[in-house]
Structure formats: structure tokens, C-alpha cells
Design a protein around this ligand. Structure first.
Ligand SMILES: N[C@@H](CCC[C@H](N)C(=O)O)C(=O)O
Length: 261
């Protein structure tokens, strides 16, 4: 089993292991993923991303949650764009393939990444929340005092409740703080805990607020920092030109021996 080089990135505190897999160095062995993501026995992260060549795009990002499940990751996508630029695969704009299809992104002079999300069509109102699919499934619950919410406990209860236990769901607790500002805390499936921020989650929260007449762009606070979501709301309650905008930073590089992790 080889020693491989990895990069650690974070985007508003959602942290990821990124691996340049253009030479297919990462073994086809899924059990490595939870071990590498483990915060005590491994490198530690909220997910792992392989960057690969793609025949029609500038690159492909293959995202895994720590439990090896796959989905779109908004914060991870912004990290992938930064890493692809470091690798010389792109300059300041790109098209890349992800779990839910092709995305476009750009990086501005301040290093902020603007990621185009897929159009949002699947919004379902429930008695006690809203289900929004932004490449990953998100349940939106409005709360009054977000600091007081037991996100891990309450989130886990909902995630493993009958309607969701099979496919899983991410749970976003949302406090409206102003005309165009919200605070979001997310319980993430696949991590099975609260993370400091979730890109597809804040996008889903902004869309849900759009349906309650909040104007775009929506400013979002998370435990890990600030994000912005812009969208165009259509008369049929679908959303186009959806963008997730925020920072992504390289934290450190390292080598890991896959035989001992
Ligand atoms: N952290 C992510 C979401 C990753 C996917 C999610 N855990 C799921 O499996 O649905 C983000 O920034 O979007």
C-alpha cells in the first residue's frame, strides 16, 4: 500500500482531504476513507475529494462523506476549484464534473469562489419544514434561538426517524436575522454530526427563505464563517442562476502511509 501526498483544505470550517488522483494513485478501496477522515486515528476531515481528469470538463471532483456515501458537496467544490488552480488545471474560471453534473465556477482577486449550482426544482413543503434538493437533500427547520439548538442531538433524531432513515437527510436549523440575512447550523448525513458549515445546506436554506419572500442575495452566517447565496426565483417556484459564494483555503500538505492509517 503506497504513501500518498494529500492536501488539507477548509471552506468556512467544513474541512476536506484533497488528493491529486490524475495518475490514479488512490486505491480502489473504500474502507480507507473513514480511516483517513477519522480525527483521532487518521488525518481528520468532513470528507475526502479526489481530483481527476475528465474528458469534457477541466476536471472532475469525486466527493466522499467520511462514511463513504456520495453526494454533491458545495463547500468541497469550492476547495476543489482552488486546488485545481494550484495544480495548474485551470486559471480563474472553470467547468467541472461533480456528483450531480457539470458546474461552473470562478475565483475573484480576493480568492472568493463563486460556484454555480444546478437549478432547483425539487422543493417540498412539509408540516414542520421544507425539503430542498441542492445536489444533496436538505430539510429546513426555522428556529428562534439558534445558539440554543442541540443540532447534533435533534439532527440525529430527525435523520434516523422513519421518513429519512433509509436515504438520510441533512438538517438545517435556520434563524432569520434580517431582511436578507440568516444564521444556519447543519447536521450533515454522512458525517452524522454538526459541521461548522454546509454549502449545499446554506443554499437550500436561502432557497427556502426565497419562497418566503426573502430577496436575493441572502447573507448567511455559519459557525465557520460567512457565505452568500444568489438566485433568480421564477414564477413557477423554481430557481435558476443559483450561486454559492464564499472562501476556500489551503491549510496544509502532508504525506500519509495508507498501510498504517
Ligand atoms: N458539506 C457538504 C455537503 C456534503 C454532502 C452531505 N453530507 C450529504 O451527503 O448529503 C456541503 O458543503 O455541501
Amino acid at each position: 500500500m503506497p504513501t500518498i501526498i494529500f492536501e488539507k483544505y477548509q471552506a468556512t470550517g467544513n474541512d476536506f482531504i484533497l488528493i491529486d488522483n490524475r495518475q490514479k494513485i488512490f486505491p480502489n478501496q473504500l474502507d480507507l476513507i473513514p480511516r483517513l477522515c477519522d480525527r483521532k486515528f487518521g488525518i481528520g476531515s468532513d470528507g475526502l475529494i479526489l481530483i481527476q481528469e475528465h474528458p469534457e470538463c477541466d476536471f472532475e471532483m469525486v466527493f466522499y462523506n467520511p462514511d463513504t456515501s456520495q453526494s454533491l458537496c458545495g463547500n468541497g467544490s469550492r476547495c476543489a476549484v482552488k486546488f485545481a488552480r494550484e495544480l495548474g488545471m485551470i486559471r480563474d474560471t472553470c467547468r467541472f464534473m461533480a456528483y450531480d453534473g457539470i458546474h461552473e465556477a470562478s475565483i475573484d482577486e480576493a480568492g472568493i469562489v463563486k460556484l454555480r449550482m444546478q437549478n432547483v426544482q425539487n422543493v417540498r413543503s412539509l408540516e414542520d419544514g421544507m425539503l430542498v434538493d441542492t445536489g444533496s437533500p436538505h430539510l429546513i427547520r426555522y428556529v428562534q434561538d439558534i445558539e440554543a439548538v442541540d443540532v447534533a442531538g435533534r439532527g440525529r433524531e430527525i435523520r434516523y426517524s422513519d421518513p429519512f432513515k433509509k436515504g438520510g437527510v441533512n438538517i438545517n436549523f435556520v434563524e432569520v436575522q434580517g431582511d436578507q440575512s440568516i444564521f444556519v447550523r447543519t447536521y450533515e448525513r454522512g458525517v452524522e454530526n454538526e459541521t461548522l458549515s454546509c454549502g449545499t445546506g446554506v443554499t437550500a436554506a436561502a432557497i427556502a427563505c426565497g419562497l418566503r419572500s426573502m430577496a436575493s442575495p441572502v447573507q448567511i452566517k455559519t459557525k465557520g464563517g460567512k457565505l452568500e447565496v444568489a438566485f433568480n426565483e421564477n414564477t413557477d417556484q423554481t430557481f435558476t442562476d443559483v450561486y454559492l459564494i464564499g472562501p476556500a483555503q489551503h491549510v496544509f500538505s502532508g504525506k500519509v502511509d495508507l498501510a498504517t492509517v
